[in-house]
Write a protein of this length. Structure first.
Length: 445
Protein backbone atom coordinates (compact mmCIF):
# COMPACT_ATOMS: atom_id res chain seq x y z
CA UNK A 1 0.00 0.00 0.00
CA UNK A 2 1.28 3.48 -0.81
CA UNK A 3 2.03 5.40 2.38
CA UNK A 4 0.02 8.55 3.06
CA UNK A 5 1.79 11.93 3.06
CA UNK A 6 2.74 12.98 6.56
CA UNK A 7 0.25 15.84 6.72
CA UNK A 8 -2.56 13.32 6.26
CA UNK A 9 -1.06 10.93 8.78
CA UNK A 10 -1.04 13.63 11.44
CA UNK A 11 -4.16 15.47 10.39
CA UNK A 12 -6.55 13.77 12.75
CA UNK A 13 -4.45 13.28 15.87
CA UNK A 14 -5.05 16.36 17.99
CA UNK A 15 -4.43 15.44 21.61
CA UNK A 16 -4.15 12.56 24.00
CA UNK A 17 -5.72 11.89 27.38
CA UNK A 18 -5.05 14.99 29.45
CA UNK A 19 -4.72 13.07 32.67
CA UNK A 20 -3.80 16.01 34.84
CA UNK A 21 -6.92 17.86 33.74
CA UNK A 22 -9.02 14.87 34.78
CA UNK A 23 -7.27 14.78 38.13
CA UNK A 24 -7.53 18.52 38.82
CA UNK A 25 -10.59 18.16 41.11
CA UNK A 26 -8.55 15.74 43.25
CA UNK A 27 -5.73 18.20 43.84
CA UNK A 28 -5.21 19.33 47.41
CA UNK A 29 -3.20 22.53 47.29
CA UNK A 30 -0.45 22.96 49.86
CA UNK A 31 -1.01 26.34 51.52
CA UNK A 32 2.13 28.43 51.91
CA UNK A 33 0.50 31.66 53.07
CA UNK A 34 -3.03 32.85 53.82
CA UNK A 35 -4.68 35.86 55.41
CA UNK A 36 -8.05 37.56 54.98
CA UNK A 37 -7.25 38.70 51.45
CA UNK A 38 -4.29 36.79 50.05
CA UNK A 39 -3.64 33.09 49.54
CA UNK A 40 -0.50 31.46 48.15
CA UNK A 41 -0.60 27.73 47.39
CA UNK A 42 2.02 25.30 46.13
CA UNK A 43 0.91 23.12 43.20
CA UNK A 44 2.32 19.60 43.21
CA UNK A 45 0.81 17.08 40.77
CA UNK A 46 2.53 13.98 39.38
CA UNK A 47 1.71 10.89 37.33
CA UNK A 48 3.63 7.85 36.18
CA UNK A 49 2.42 5.20 33.76
CA UNK A 50 3.54 1.78 32.54
CA UNK A 51 2.22 0.80 29.07
CA UNK A 52 2.29 -2.26 26.83
CA UNK A 53 0.93 -2.91 23.33
CA UNK A 54 1.20 -6.29 21.58
CA UNK A 55 0.93 -4.59 18.18
CA UNK A 56 2.52 -1.55 16.54
CA UNK A 57 0.98 0.97 14.10
CA UNK A 58 2.06 2.61 10.88
CA UNK A 59 1.84 6.29 11.77
CA UNK A 60 5.37 7.72 11.98
CA UNK A 61 7.00 5.45 9.40
CA UNK A 62 9.53 4.28 12.01
CA UNK A 63 7.72 1.33 13.61
CA UNK A 64 7.91 -2.30 12.44
CA UNK A 65 5.83 -5.37 13.19
CA UNK A 66 6.00 -6.33 16.86
CA UNK A 67 5.18 -4.98 20.29
CA UNK A 68 6.07 -1.90 22.35
CA UNK A 69 6.65 -1.50 26.07
CA UNK A 70 7.25 1.95 27.49
CA UNK A 71 6.82 4.23 30.48
CA UNK A 72 5.89 7.89 30.91
CA UNK A 73 6.14 10.36 33.78
CA UNK A 74 5.06 13.94 34.44
CA UNK A 75 5.60 16.24 37.40
CA UNK A 76 3.96 19.67 37.65
CA UNK A 77 5.05 22.11 40.34
CA UNK A 78 4.67 25.81 41.03
CA UNK A 79 2.56 28.47 42.73
CA UNK A 80 -1.05 29.67 42.60
CA UNK A 81 -1.83 33.11 44.03
CA UNK A 82 -5.20 34.71 44.82
CA UNK A 83 -5.94 38.16 46.24
CA UNK A 84 -9.47 39.30 47.12
CA UNK A 85 -10.52 42.93 47.47
CA UNK A 86 -14.18 43.92 48.08
CA UNK A 87 -13.55 47.30 46.42
CA UNK A 88 -11.49 46.26 43.41
CA UNK A 89 -12.39 42.65 42.66
CA UNK A 90 -10.28 39.51 42.84
CA UNK A 91 -6.92 38.95 41.18
CA UNK A 92 -5.30 35.58 40.55
CA UNK A 93 -2.10 34.27 39.00
CA UNK A 94 -0.26 31.02 38.42
CA UNK A 95 3.34 30.11 37.62
CA UNK A 96 4.47 26.51 37.38
CA UNK A 97 6.68 24.12 35.47
CA UNK A 98 6.23 20.63 34.03
CA UNK A 99 8.93 17.98 33.81
CA UNK A 100 8.11 15.01 31.58
CA UNK A 101 9.79 11.92 30.22
CA UNK A 102 9.23 8.89 28.00
CA UNK A 103 11.22 5.70 28.52
CA UNK A 104 11.61 2.25 26.99
CA UNK A 105 10.49 1.61 23.40
CA UNK A 106 8.28 4.65 23.04
CA UNK A 107 4.64 4.29 22.03
CA UNK A 108 3.42 1.81 19.36
CA UNK A 109 2.59 4.52 16.80
CA UNK A 110 6.06 6.05 16.92
CA UNK A 111 4.91 9.43 18.17
CA UNK A 112 7.72 9.17 20.77
CA UNK A 113 11.01 7.27 20.91
CA UNK A 114 11.58 6.73 24.64
CA UNK A 115 14.41 9.28 24.74
CA UNK A 116 12.35 12.38 25.61
CA UNK A 117 13.22 14.35 28.77
CA UNK A 118 11.85 17.92 28.98
CA UNK A 119 11.23 20.64 31.56
CA UNK A 120 9.28 23.74 30.51
CA UNK A 121 7.07 26.45 31.98
CA UNK A 122 3.42 25.37 31.89
CA UNK A 123 1.03 27.88 33.56
CA UNK A 124 2.12 31.51 33.46
CA UNK A 125 -0.93 33.77 33.60
CA UNK A 126 -2.57 36.56 35.56
CA UNK A 127 -6.25 37.45 35.76
CA UNK A 128 -8.90 39.60 37.40
CA UNK A 129 -12.50 38.78 38.37
CA UNK A 130 -15.08 41.45 39.16
CA UNK A 131 -16.61 39.78 42.26
CA UNK A 132 -19.84 41.76 42.85
CA UNK A 133 -18.81 45.03 41.19
CA UNK A 134 -21.27 44.51 38.31
CA UNK A 135 -24.42 42.93 39.81
CA UNK A 136 -26.24 42.84 36.47
CA UNK A 137 -23.61 40.36 35.21
CA UNK A 138 -23.66 38.21 38.34
CA UNK A 139 -20.84 37.21 40.67
CA UNK A 140 -17.52 37.38 38.80
CA UNK A 141 -19.47 38.55 35.77
CA UNK A 142 -16.28 39.95 34.26
CA UNK A 143 -13.22 37.69 34.15
CA UNK A 144 -10.17 38.92 32.22
CA UNK A 145 -6.92 36.97 31.95
CA UNK A 146 -3.73 36.96 29.88
CA UNK A 147 -0.78 34.61 29.60
CA UNK A 148 -0.04 30.93 29.16
CA UNK A 149 -3.05 28.89 30.29
CA UNK A 150 -5.38 25.98 29.50
CA UNK A 151 -8.65 26.65 27.67
CA UNK A 152 -11.59 24.23 27.39
CA UNK A 153 -14.84 24.92 25.51
CA UNK A 154 -17.89 22.82 26.33
CA UNK A 155 -16.94 19.15 26.68
CA UNK A 156 -13.84 19.45 24.49
CA UNK A 157 -15.44 18.60 21.12
CA UNK A 158 -13.57 21.51 19.49
CA UNK A 159 -11.13 22.79 22.13
CA UNK A 160 -9.75 21.00 25.19
CA UNK A 161 -6.36 22.62 25.67
CA UNK A 162 -3.34 22.45 23.38
CA UNK A 163 -2.38 19.00 24.59
CA UNK A 164 -0.65 17.18 21.73
CA UNK A 165 2.77 16.09 23.08
CA UNK A 166 4.74 14.41 20.31
CA UNK A 167 8.34 13.37 20.81
CA UNK A 168 11.58 12.86 18.89
CA UNK A 169 10.60 9.85 16.77
CA UNK A 170 8.42 11.48 14.15
CA UNK A 171 9.56 13.92 11.42
CA UNK A 172 13.16 13.75 12.67
CA UNK A 173 12.16 15.59 15.84
CA UNK A 174 10.74 18.65 14.08
CA UNK A 175 7.40 18.19 15.91
CA UNK A 176 8.89 17.40 19.31
CA UNK A 177 7.09 18.97 22.28
CA UNK A 178 8.60 16.88 25.04
CA UNK A 179 7.02 13.45 24.84
CA UNK A 180 4.94 11.80 27.57
CA UNK A 181 2.47 11.44 24.72
CA UNK A 182 -0.31 9.67 26.62
CA UNK A 183 -0.10 11.55 29.93
CA UNK A 184 0.16 14.93 28.14
CA UNK A 185 1.06 17.17 31.03
CA UNK A 186 1.76 20.01 28.58
CA UNK A 187 -1.68 21.36 27.66
CA UNK A 188 -1.56 25.17 27.77
CA UNK A 189 -1.82 27.60 24.89
CA UNK A 190 1.39 29.63 24.78
CA UNK A 191 -0.26 33.08 24.69
CA UNK A 192 -3.86 33.96 25.43
CA UNK A 193 -6.12 36.95 25.95
CA UNK A 194 -9.46 35.87 27.44
CA UNK A 195 -12.52 37.95 28.36
CA UNK A 196 -15.41 36.11 30.01
CA UNK A 197 -18.71 37.94 30.53
CA UNK A 198 -21.58 36.66 32.67
CA UNK A 199 -21.78 34.58 35.82
CA UNK A 200 -22.41 30.88 36.34
CA UNK A 201 -26.12 31.05 35.41
CA UNK A 202 -28.06 32.65 32.59
CA UNK A 203 -26.48 34.24 29.55
CA UNK A 204 -22.70 34.36 29.33
CA UNK A 205 -20.03 34.78 26.64
CA UNK A 206 -16.30 34.30 26.00
CA UNK A 207 -14.05 36.28 23.66
CA UNK A 208 -10.58 34.75 23.21
CA UNK A 209 -7.36 35.08 21.28
CA UNK A 210 -5.22 31.95 21.49
CA UNK A 211 -1.69 31.42 20.16
CA UNK A 212 -0.25 27.90 20.09
CA UNK A 213 3.47 27.09 20.19
CA UNK A 214 2.80 23.44 19.33
CA UNK A 215 4.72 22.45 16.15
CA UNK A 216 2.49 19.42 15.56
CA UNK A 217 -0.47 21.82 15.33
CA UNK A 218 1.45 24.20 13.00
CA UNK A 219 1.57 26.89 15.73
CA UNK A 220 -1.90 28.28 14.92
CA UNK A 221 -3.24 31.66 16.02
CA UNK A 222 -6.97 31.40 16.73
CA UNK A 223 -9.85 33.78 17.50
CA UNK A 224 -12.80 32.30 19.41
CA UNK A 225 -16.20 33.59 20.46
CA UNK A 226 -18.86 31.74 22.45
CA UNK A 227 -22.40 32.50 23.60
CA UNK A 228 -24.08 30.27 26.19
CA UNK A 229 -27.21 30.05 28.26
CA UNK A 230 -26.64 28.10 31.48
CA UNK A 231 -29.55 26.72 33.51
CA UNK A 232 -30.15 23.81 35.87
CA UNK A 233 -31.96 21.74 33.25
CA UNK A 234 -29.69 22.40 30.28
CA UNK A 235 -26.88 24.47 28.84
CA UNK A 236 -27.06 25.67 25.24
CA UNK A 237 -24.03 27.09 23.48
CA UNK A 238 -22.76 28.57 20.23
CA UNK A 239 -19.07 28.67 19.25
CA UNK A 240 -17.28 30.50 16.45
CA UNK A 241 -13.60 29.82 15.76
CA UNK A 242 -11.29 31.18 13.07
CA UNK A 243 -7.66 30.21 12.44
CA UNK A 244 -5.97 33.53 11.80
CA UNK A 245 -2.51 32.23 10.99
CA UNK A 246 -0.21 29.19 11.06
CA UNK A 247 3.51 28.58 10.65
CA UNK A 248 3.95 28.11 6.89
CA UNK A 249 6.73 25.50 7.05
CA UNK A 250 5.09 23.46 9.82
CA UNK A 251 1.71 23.66 8.08
CA UNK A 252 3.20 21.97 5.02
CA UNK A 253 4.08 19.02 7.27
CA UNK A 254 0.84 18.85 9.23
CA UNK A 255 -2.15 21.08 8.32
CA UNK A 256 -1.68 22.74 4.91
CA UNK A 257 -5.29 23.96 4.68
CA UNK A 258 -5.80 25.09 8.29
CA UNK A 259 -5.00 28.80 7.87
CA UNK A 260 -8.20 30.78 7.37
CA UNK A 261 -10.42 27.88 8.42
CA UNK A 262 -13.67 28.77 10.20
CA UNK A 263 -15.66 26.55 12.57
CA UNK A 264 -19.24 27.07 13.73
CA UNK A 265 -20.88 24.86 16.33
CA UNK A 266 -24.10 24.59 18.31
CA UNK A 267 -24.30 22.38 21.41
CA UNK A 268 -26.58 21.41 24.27
CA UNK A 269 -26.15 19.35 27.41
CA UNK A 270 -28.21 18.70 30.54
CA UNK A 271 -30.85 16.47 32.10
CA UNK A 272 -34.06 18.24 30.98
CA UNK A 273 -35.14 18.28 34.64
CA UNK A 274 -34.88 14.48 35.07
CA UNK A 275 -32.24 13.80 37.78
CA UNK A 276 -30.96 10.44 36.43
CA UNK A 277 -30.92 11.47 32.77
CA UNK A 278 -27.96 12.80 30.78
CA UNK A 279 -28.32 14.29 27.30
CA UNK A 280 -25.65 15.91 25.15
CA UNK A 281 -25.20 16.87 21.51
CA UNK A 282 -23.10 19.12 19.28
CA UNK A 283 -22.93 19.95 15.60
CA UNK A 284 -19.85 21.60 14.08
CA UNK A 285 -19.35 22.90 10.54
CA UNK A 286 -16.02 23.84 8.98
CA UNK A 287 -15.31 26.14 6.06
CA UNK A 288 -11.89 25.56 4.44
CA UNK A 289 -10.22 26.42 1.16
CA UNK A 290 -10.40 22.80 -0.01
CA UNK A 291 -14.07 22.32 0.89
CA UNK A 292 -16.45 22.25 3.82
CA UNK A 293 -16.68 19.52 6.43
CA UNK A 294 -18.76 18.73 9.49
CA UNK A 295 -18.96 16.62 12.63
CA UNK A 296 -21.73 15.89 15.10
CA UNK A 297 -22.84 13.59 17.89
CA UNK A 298 -25.84 12.70 20.01
CA UNK A 299 -25.52 11.04 23.42
CA UNK A 300 -27.88 9.82 26.12
CA UNK A 301 -27.16 8.28 29.50
CA UNK A 302 -28.98 7.03 32.56
CA UNK A 303 -27.89 6.56 36.18
CA UNK A 304 -29.68 3.68 37.92
CA UNK A 305 -29.43 5.38 41.29
CA UNK A 306 -31.79 2.94 43.07
CA UNK A 307 -29.84 -0.17 42.08
CA UNK A 308 -26.82 -1.64 43.88
CA UNK A 309 -23.52 -0.20 42.60
CA UNK A 310 -25.46 2.69 40.99
CA UNK A 311 -24.59 1.74 37.37
CA UNK A 312 -24.31 4.48 34.75
CA UNK A 313 -25.00 3.56 31.11
CA UNK A 314 -24.30 5.85 28.14
CA UNK A 315 -24.75 5.51 24.39
CA UNK A 316 -23.27 7.90 21.85
CA UNK A 317 -23.28 8.09 18.08
CA UNK A 318 -20.73 10.41 16.47
CA UNK A 319 -19.91 11.15 12.85
CA UNK A 320 -16.91 13.06 11.43
CA UNK A 321 -16.89 13.74 7.70
CA UNK A 322 -13.97 13.06 5.39
CA UNK A 323 -11.52 15.95 5.68
CA UNK A 324 -12.86 17.20 9.02
CA UNK A 325 -10.15 18.90 11.11
CA UNK A 326 -10.89 18.17 14.80
CA UNK A 327 -8.62 21.02 16.00
CA UNK A 328 -7.85 20.85 19.74
CA UNK A 329 -10.34 18.17 20.82
CA UNK A 330 -9.78 16.20 24.03
CA UNK A 331 -11.19 14.55 27.14
CA UNK A 332 -13.01 17.58 28.48
CA UNK A 333 -15.76 15.57 30.19
CA UNK A 334 -14.61 12.01 30.88
CA UNK A 335 -12.44 9.15 29.66
CA UNK A 336 -13.53 8.43 26.09
CA UNK A 337 -14.72 11.98 25.39
CA UNK A 338 -13.31 12.81 22.87
CA UNK A 339 -10.59 10.18 22.65
CA UNK A 340 -12.68 7.25 21.56
CA UNK A 341 -10.84 3.99 22.20
CA UNK A 342 -7.54 3.87 24.04
CA UNK A 343 -5.85 2.12 21.10
CA UNK A 344 -7.86 3.74 18.30
CA UNK A 345 -7.72 7.32 19.54
CA UNK A 346 -4.06 7.25 20.56
CA UNK A 347 -2.26 4.99 18.11
CA UNK A 348 -4.25 3.17 15.41
CA UNK A 349 -6.80 5.76 14.32
CA UNK A 350 -9.29 7.00 13.31
CA UNK A 351 -8.58 10.36 14.90
CA UNK A 352 -12.04 11.96 14.77
CA UNK A 353 -12.20 12.34 11.00
CA UNK A 354 -13.66 10.27 8.13
CA UNK A 355 -15.46 7.95 10.52
CA UNK A 356 -18.65 7.15 12.36
CA UNK A 357 -18.52 5.68 15.85
CA UNK A 358 -21.01 3.80 17.99
CA UNK A 359 -20.04 3.92 21.66
CA UNK A 360 -21.47 2.30 24.79
CA UNK A 361 -20.08 3.05 28.23
CA UNK A 362 -20.95 1.35 31.53
CA UNK A 363 -19.61 2.39 34.91
CA UNK A 364 -20.36 1.13 38.43
CA UNK A 365 -19.31 2.15 41.92
CA UNK A 366 -17.84 -1.18 43.08
CA UNK A 367 -16.89 0.29 46.47
CA UNK A 368 -16.88 3.83 47.91
CA UNK A 369 -13.31 4.24 46.61
CA UNK A 370 -13.32 2.09 43.44
CA UNK A 371 -15.19 2.68 40.18
CA UNK A 372 -15.11 0.02 37.47
CA UNK A 373 -16.15 0.55 33.87
CA UNK A 374 -16.09 -0.64 30.29
CA UNK A 375 -15.95 1.38 27.06
CA UNK A 376 -17.13 -0.28 23.84
CA UNK A 377 -16.58 1.14 20.34
CA UNK A 378 -17.47 0.28 16.77
CA UNK A 379 -15.59 2.31 14.13
CA UNK A 380 -16.66 2.55 10.46
CA UNK A 381 -14.61 4.46 7.91
CA UNK A 382 -16.70 6.66 5.61
CA UNK A 383 -14.35 6.97 2.61
CA UNK A 384 -12.14 3.88 2.28
CA UNK A 385 -10.25 5.06 -0.82
CA UNK A 386 -7.10 5.84 1.20
CA UNK A 387 -7.52 3.84 4.42
CA UNK A 388 -9.94 1.38 5.96
CA UNK A 389 -9.93 1.84 9.73
CA UNK A 390 -13.02 -0.24 10.46
CA UNK A 391 -12.47 -1.77 13.88
CA UNK A 392 -13.95 -2.64 17.23
CA UNK A 393 -12.49 -1.95 20.66
CA UNK A 394 -13.34 -2.85 24.25
CA UNK A 395 -11.59 -1.14 27.17
CA UNK A 396 -11.94 -2.28 30.78
CA UNK A 397 -10.75 0.10 33.47
CA UNK A 398 -10.84 0.94 37.17
CA UNK A 399 -10.41 4.14 39.17
CA UNK A 400 -9.13 3.48 42.70
CA UNK A 401 -8.91 6.48 45.01
CA UNK A 402 -6.30 5.12 47.41
CA UNK A 403 -6.43 8.19 49.66
CA UNK A 404 -6.72 11.96 49.33
CA UNK A 405 -3.38 12.13 47.52
CA UNK A 406 -3.06 8.98 45.37
CA UNK A 407 -5.17 7.45 42.59
CA UNK A 408 -4.49 4.23 40.66
CA UNK A 409 -5.89 3.79 37.14
CA UNK A 410 -5.41 0.33 35.54
CA UNK A 411 -6.81 -0.39 32.07
CA UNK A 412 -6.76 -3.24 29.56
CA UNK A 413 -7.96 -2.85 25.98
CA UNK A 414 -8.77 -5.22 23.11
CA UNK A 415 -8.61 -3.69 19.64
CA UNK A 416 -9.60 -5.68 16.52
CA UNK A 417 -9.10 -4.00 13.12
CA UNK A 418 -10.57 -5.35 9.91
CA UNK A 419 -7.43 -4.55 7.92
CA UNK A 420 -3.68 -4.67 8.49
CA UNK A 421 -1.31 -1.96 7.26
CA UNK A 422 -0.64 -4.06 4.15
CA UNK A 423 -4.32 -4.08 3.19
CA UNK A 424 -5.35 -0.51 4.00
CA UNK A 425 -5.29 -0.28 7.81
CA UNK A 426 -2.54 0.79 10.20
CA UNK A 427 -1.72 -2.29 12.31
CA UNK A 428 1.67 -3.60 11.24
CA UNK A 429 2.02 -7.22 10.18
CA UNK A 430 -1.49 -8.53 10.81
CA UNK A 431 -5.09 -7.73 11.72
CA UNK A 432 -5.13 -9.81 14.90
CA UNK A 433 -6.68 -8.58 18.14
CA UNK A 434 -4.25 -6.29 19.94
CA UNK A 435 -4.05 -6.60 23.72
CA UNK A 436 -3.16 -3.24 25.25
CA UNK A 437 -2.53 -2.56 28.95
CA UNK A 438 -1.61 0.38 31.13
CA UNK A 439 -1.35 1.24 34.81
CA UNK A 440 -1.16 4.88 35.90
CA UNK A 441 -0.42 6.15 39.40
CA UNK A 442 -1.33 9.78 39.97
CA UNK A 443 -0.53 11.95 42.98
CA UNK A 444 -1.57 15.44 44.00
CA UNK A 445 -0.66 17.55 47.05
Amino acid sequence: MKRKPMHLTLLYRSTSLTLLVALAPLANALSLYADDQTQVDAKLVAAAGVFSSKQNYDQSGTRTKGSSNWQESVFQYGLDIKHASPQYGNTYASLNWVSSGTYGDGDPAGWSSGSERTTKIEDAFVGWRSANLFPVLGTDGVDFSVGRQNIVIGDGFLVSGDALNLGNEIANGKLNRGGAYYLTARKDFDRTVVLRLGGKQGWRSDLMWLKSDNPAQANPEVAVGTLEHVADKATFGLTYLKVLDTDKDLAELTYPDRKGMKQYSVRATGNAGVPNLFLSSEYAREEKTNGDANAWYVEAGWTFSDLPLKPVVNYRYSRFSDGYDPMFYGNGRALGTWFQGEVASNYAGPFNSNTQVHHVGVKVAATPTVNVGTLLYDFSTLDKSQQNLNAREADLYAEWTINEHFTLLPLVGFYKPEKSADSGGTQLGNSNTNVYAQVILAASF
